[in-house]
Design a binder for this molecule. Sequence first.
Ligand code: AMP
Ligand code: GLY
Length: 422
Amino acid sequence: MGQKVLVIGSGAREHAIAHALQRGGSVEEVTVAPGNPGMELDGIRTTHIAQSNHAALIDFMKDNGYDWAFVGPEVPLIEGIVDDFAAAGLKAFGPNRAAAQIEGSKDFAKQLMERHGIPTAAYATFDALEPAVAYVREHGAPIVVKADGLAAGKGVTVAMDVETAVDALDDIFVDHRFGNAGAKVVIEDFLEGQEFSLMSFVNGTEFWPMPISQDHKRAYDGDEGPNTGGMGAYSPVPQIPQSVVDEAIETIVRPTVQAMADEGTPFTGILYAGLIATADGPKVIEFNARFGDPETEVVLPKLTSDLATGISAILDGETPEFTWDDDRVTLGVVLAADGYPTNVVKGAKIPAIDVDEDSHVYYAGVAKDEAGELVASSGRVLFVETSAPTIKDAQDKVYAIIDALPTEGMFYRHDIGFKALK
Ligand code: AMP
Ligand code: GLY
């Protein structure tokens, strides 16, 4: 009998996790809670339980004989879902509440890095407007202002002049734009270089890095427009040399895993290091306590070992094995609803999308209308991923699929991967 696994979350990331679990071979049944109706096109089950309803998720696991859960998004992790599952005698893969602070509080992460000499931008933390403004005026621009808590990627202002930074501080402290998330603010030095994402499986003391990837956070072509959750990704990132990745593993991932263990908050789960390759070596922009979205949708398709076997080994205290296809490039593009990220217009019709066996569609913000047809129901609607021998080939292939679709009511970037081709 194979394993039964519950995936918690509803986006394209969770679709990619569920799909990877399903194709690995050792899983008999995957259910996603709450999931979305697009996942059903892959034969993935969904159940209408909110990710915040820990008690109902626990009941589902027990009633249906599920072996373990994979927690996709950060919010349930930060709210302690792994602790609640453990208290109920159930296994969930992800950090507990204490370890999830590495994402939940930028101040926690910055202090940890400072104590352990992990390279990141110099910073200061403030809980009131006036000293924060004074610091910005003294320091000058460019400078970066970050709301301390979770703000869904929208709490960061990269200010190229002092007045923009002061406006951002006003938003946080005077207009309370981020509510509690803005009760504290981190102000840090501006770092220059290419960003990349380095994710690792972690078992508390050891880690297994994945191939690196690069997200595209701005809404429009050429990195214009507002910050989003991410508009497309590809892997690997050839302009980041392997020596920089190796340096990041030794100077960032290893000491961070060690520091969390040494300080009594060992991290188990997926540690996402958002890095920037500066002239001074790789530095941390942010840590996340989970798989990245959309990075996961281009990284997991490269996994050649069985995801469920690897994770259950970690959950059982054994040594996991993860192997990757390093020969092919994966690249994918988000279709977003018009107006995303500020004023999402829902209801766009989702076309049927035919893809070859090297490509896949991962669904996110989709719902069924009264006629049972899929329509857009939130900002990021779906993700089309493909693999090919080169980045250019992968781009050509993915845009041949997307450009042929009726995408009225949605938009997408036309240049995913452009930094690798410059
Ligand atoms: P975060 O939410 O911390 O990932 O920040 C969102 C985006 O802001 C990042 O992806 C970077 O593009 C940019 N950013 C954050 N911190 C810095 C920094 N210290 N220097 C330059 N850019 C930054
Ligand atoms: N793609 C960035 C993130 O998942 O936070």
